[in-house]
Design a protein around this ligand. Structure first.
Ligand SMILES: NC(=O)c1ccc[n+]([C@@H]2O[C@H](COP(=O)([O-])OP(=O)(O)OC[C@H]3O[C@@H](n4cnc5c(N)ncnc54)[C@H](OP(=O)(O)O)[C@@H]3O)[C@@H](O)[C@H]2O)c1
Length: 179
């Protein structure tokens, strides 16, 4: 259970993950451009959440606002940009003993790719637990498909609760079979 969970980019496909984590946390901060319009539809959950309508492409304003909001012990991020400064700034908001979960797209999983770079960057955050979820695809007979939202959420919750540094949702192999 987190005392203060920070949720970034979790109002879309990851909303069920946000719901689960907010349910288990004392309180939470949820960031998305349209965060103020987002609702779990249950006051028990909505009352625990500070909704910050922020655009993470304005890194300075985004990180300044998070710093004012205060430290967290869990951060879950689904960010499109491969932005190390932004991601490191978010990790700085997590207290020692806390946990950071980064969800990233399939291209990040290439050897020496972005996921490997993040693993290395997170070594600077001693005392914090780092988990990454790489979203792959599913090979079925002669064809392949992208993951369903349920599969993405299941993999993220497995990473949240489990002990593996890296969780691959579906597969990244064979790469040429991706949809
Ligand atoms: N390997 C795979 O299978 C795979 C991988 C990736 C994606 N997908 C698919 O692609 C679809 C689309 O993914 P998606 O990421 O566009 O949708 P999404 O996860 O449903 O939504 C993106 C989240 O990030 C937030 N966000 C986006 N830009 C932002 C910004 N500049 N600043 C702050 N927050 C921002 C959004 O809120 P706001 O819009 O309010 O800012 C929302 O919370 C998914 O539904 C999934 O099916 C599949």
């Amino acid at each position: 259970m987190a005392d203060h969970a920070l949720l970034i980019g979790t109002t879309g496909m990851l909303a069920p993950v946000a719901r689960q984590i907010v349910g288990e946390s004392q309180h939470a901060t949820l960031c998305a451009r349209s965060a103020s319009k987002f609702s779990f539809g249950e006051s028990f959950l909505d009352d625990k959440v500070m909704k910050l309508p922020l655009d993470y492409t304005d890194e300075t304003h985004f990180l300044d606002t998070l710093r004012v909001r205060g430290p967290v012990d869990l951060a879950v991020t689904w960010l499109h940009p491969e932005a190390h400064t932004l991601r490191d700034g978010i990790a700085d908001c997590v207290i020692p003993g806390g946990k950071i979960i980064e969800i990233m797209g399939s291209a990040s999983g290439k050897p020496d790719g972005f996921a490997d770079q993040r693993l290395e960057a997170m070594q600077a955050h001693a005392g914090k637990t780092y988990r990454q979820v790489i979203l792959g695809f599913v090979v079925e007979d002669d064809s392949s498909r992208w993951l369903t939202h349920d599969e993405i959420c299941d993999a993220t919750l497995r990473a949240y609760r489990g002990f593996d540094t890296r969780t691959i949702a579906g597969t990244l192999e064979p790469w040429e079979k991706r949809p």
